[in-house]
Write a protein that binds this ligand. Structure first.
Ligand code: HEC
Length: 199
């Protein structure tokens, strides 16, 4: 028997399970501390959670964090207002020197190939006359620039130019109205008589 040879060892408890023996070592100090801390924590937790209600539940914490998130979102939206596409919002750009100049630069770079250097029309229609295929309100022009007219060869710019840039283009197109540039293309679309008043 294996425990026979340890009978004289005072550290052996005398346990013997199928030849497996164990020493009677004390539990490590850190383990015992952890155990007592857990024991002490349990009633505090029960009291804090169910009696005094000072420990927030999962739902309460979720609610608090969602409120915090909503606050962040509101703050972000306040700092980054989404561009509201309306006649009046775009009108803020129309007639403004800075916007017209910015629009002119954008036009030369992106649009002149099809609409001519001065908007007189080439592949695309003349943008200086009073005739419009897609309407002559600010939003009409803005939306054509945004969505394009793919089957007619007008490319969409919604993913390329920001709403501000597209509004600058509207401002530029408004500014060349009636300029009657050289080589102006024949009118296309509907005549808008009251164009002078449109903004
Ligand atoms: C690849 C050629 C091409 C480019 C580039 C192009 N356009 Fe056009 N555009 C067209 C064509 C073609 C039409 C006519 C669509 C139709 O017949 O419905 C058009 C129509 C328009 C209209 C509507 C005109 C109307 O009578 O209703 C506007 C406004 C316009 N383009 C602005 C722009 C601006 C601004 C840019 C640059 C960001 C631009 N286009 C770039 C080809 C182009």
């Amino acid at each position: 028997m294996s425990n026979d040879k340890h009978d004289d060892d005072p550290l052996i408890q005398g346990h013997n399970y199928d030849g497996i023996e164990e020493y009677d070592n004390p539990m490590p100090g850190w383990w015992v501390w952890l155990f007592w801390i857990c024991v002490a924590f349990a009633p505090l937790y029960v009291l804090g959670m169910h009696v005094f209600d000072i420990i927030p539940t999962y739902e309460e914490r979720l609610e608090a964090e969602q409120a915090e998130l909503a606050e962040l979102r509101t703050a972000w939206e306040a700092q980054n207002p989404t561009f509201e596409i309306s006649n009046s919002a775009i009108a803020e750009f129309v007639g403004i020197e800075e916007a017209i100049l910015a629009g002119e630069a954008l036009f030369s770079a992106n649009c002149a190939v099809c609409h001519g250097n001065n908007g007189e029309g080439l592949i695309g229609p003349n943008l200086t006359d009073s005739y419009w295929i897609h309407g002559n309100e600010n939003v009409d022009i803005f939306n054509v620039i945004t969505d394009g007219v793919l089957d007619k060869g007008m490319t969409p710019w919604g993913n390329v130019l920001s709403p501000e840039e597209r509004s600058q283009l509207v401002a530029y197109i408004r500014s060349i109205k009636g300029s009657d540039p050289e080589g102006a293309k024949a009118p296309q679309g509907t005549l808008y008589e009251d164009e002078e008043n449109a903004s």
